[in-house]
Design a protein around this ligand. Structure first.
Ligand code: EPZ
Length: 423
């Protein structure tokens, strides 16, 4: 198993190109199930999760082609016919986003059998909102032996659906199902994340009629058929935020390119409050901190446009080194503080009570052996390691490989002393 070894204490200096967004790419890939024509995605990140989803799609008879043998950011997906309508446990349990194949398969084949995803390290993560949305569209749903068995005789029907709270996955799933439903679907209290807008744009390019994506009310007028298209995945706002926070944590100057700075509106003022300088132009963002102290900042995670839960761990690494006390509240997932004990091993002073963490800043962190517990937690440990004195070894880096493309190369190009070691 690989580990990442970091020698801390060197400021970052250089340019980082942001990859396509994992959390958009995964849903865009699933959209290929809705058409018998070719869907080509460009600006595709090459990640463990996207490769894994490619295998799952092959299980349904989708022809998956990676531009050429060497990854070049193009992925062609051709679901000419669906050879299977079942997603087995082994394929769904490894990645929750796999569950989102249910709606499209049901919409196209009028039946689907998909394993329930189960919980994961950051929380129980039920799928009740997903299932209720499909039921509202006329699906009959039976739960049996860990599987969702769904049928929609004569196809899905448009419906008005009001989500009791905001869910990114349920909003996307309902959109993916409603595009081929008969009649109009209205989603109230929908998620507004950029990934939702990206999915709607791609589906519309395939012939769907979706309006309102990015607002709380989304309207989908069902169409009979979707076709193929070529679509570029939106830049990854979480990857961009991770490197921006790493620059603020470690110090130095990092320019982010291929970035949508408008997708991180909640982050920039907080980084500035912490004492880093943020300069934006049309195509890039420069984050700098040169020897000035990090100031404490309180933050709570919220659905978009609020502060993203996927940057919470990275933000915490920064304020561990602040000259005062910060409070971080996690409102989205009930168990997303697993990085705290690991950061504490490096000398951080963190007290967690329920959904709140109190971080008393320390003057320095010290390198240690730590364990990645989930994808974003891994990135926080890497930033902490880069800022720390001495050597940090981050184990279980397979978490990292799920969602960060070549993190050690991108940081290495900015002068970080970081390497991947196979054990
Ligand atoms: C997406 O997860 C992302 N994953 C997550 O990124 C991200 O943290 C999350 O949205 C919030 O922004 C992907 O896009 C693949 P939710 P999702 O449905 O869709 C509860 C990462 O690190 N809920 O918005 O699963 C749920 O348990 C990952 O890249 C229900 O109770 O998130 C959570 O507490 C981690 N019932 C809350 O809602 C449901 O049916 C919000 O979850 C659905 C969700």
């Amino acid at each position: 198993m690989d580990k990442i070894v970091i020698e801390g204490g060197t400021p970052l200096s250089g340019q980082i190109s942001i990859s396509g967004a994992k959390n958009s790419a995964l849903k865009l890939m699933v959209a290929c199930l809705l058409t018998d024509e070719v869907l080509t995605l460009t600006n595709m990140p090459n990640l463990r999760d996207t490769r894994f989803l490619g295998h799952l799609l092959e299980n349904f008879g989708v022809e998956v082609k990676d531009g050429d043998k060497k990854h070049n950011g193009h992925l062609s997906l051709h679901a000419k016919t669906l050879s299977s309508t079942t997603a087995p446990y082994d394929l769904v349990r490894k990645m929750r986003a796999s569950f989102n194949v249910l709606g499209p398969i049901l919409a196209r084949a009028h039946k689907a059998k998909v394993s329930l995803p189960g919980g994961c390290a950051i929380g129980a993560r039920p799928v009740d909102l997903h299932l209720n949305a499909l039921k509202a569209m006329g699906a009959e749903i039976e739960l049996s032996e860990g599987y969702v068995i769904a049928t929609a005789k004569g196809g899905l029907k448009g419906a008005e659906i009001t989500f009791p709270f905001i869910s990114v996955g349920a909003t996307e799933h309902a959109m993916l199902a409603a595009v081929l439903a008969k009649g109009e679907t209205v989603l109230n209290n929908a998620a507004r994340e950029p990934e939702i807008v990206d999915l709607a744009k791609c589906l519309n390019a395939m012939g769907a009629k979706i309006s309102g994506a990015g607002r709380s009310e989304i309207t989908i007028e069902g169409v009979e058929k979707l076709g193929g298209t070529t679509y570029a995945v939106v830049p990854d706002r979480i990857e961009a935020g991770t490197y921006a926070l790493a620059a603020a944590t470690v110090g130095g100057a990092v320019r982010l390119v291929n970035v949508r700075s408008d997708h991180l509106g909640s982050l920039w003022p907080l980084i500035a409050q912490a004492g880093a300088k943020v300069t934006m132009d049309e195509n890039s963002v420069l984050v700098e901190r040169h020897g000035t102290p990090i100031h404490p900042v309180d933050v709570e995670t919220q659905a978009y446009p609020g502060f993203p839960t996927d940057l919470q761990a990275q933000f915490m690494a920064m304020v561990c080194l602040a000259d005062g006390v910060s409070i971080i509240r996690e409102n989205i997932f009930e168990n997303r503080f697993m990085h705290c004990p690991e950061l504490s091993r490096m000398g951080a002073n963190i007290t967690v009570t329920g959904r709140e963490a109190i971080i008393r800043g320390v003057p320095k962190l010290k390198g240690a052996q730590v364990m990645a517990t989930d994808l974003r937690a891994s990135a926080s440990l890497i930033a902490a390691g880069l800022a720390a004195e001495g050597i940090t070894e981050v184990g279980r880096v397979y978490h990292l490989d799920r969602g960060f493309e070549q993190i050690e190369v991108k940081l290495g190009n900015c002068g970080a002393r970081i390497k991947r070691v196979s054990e």
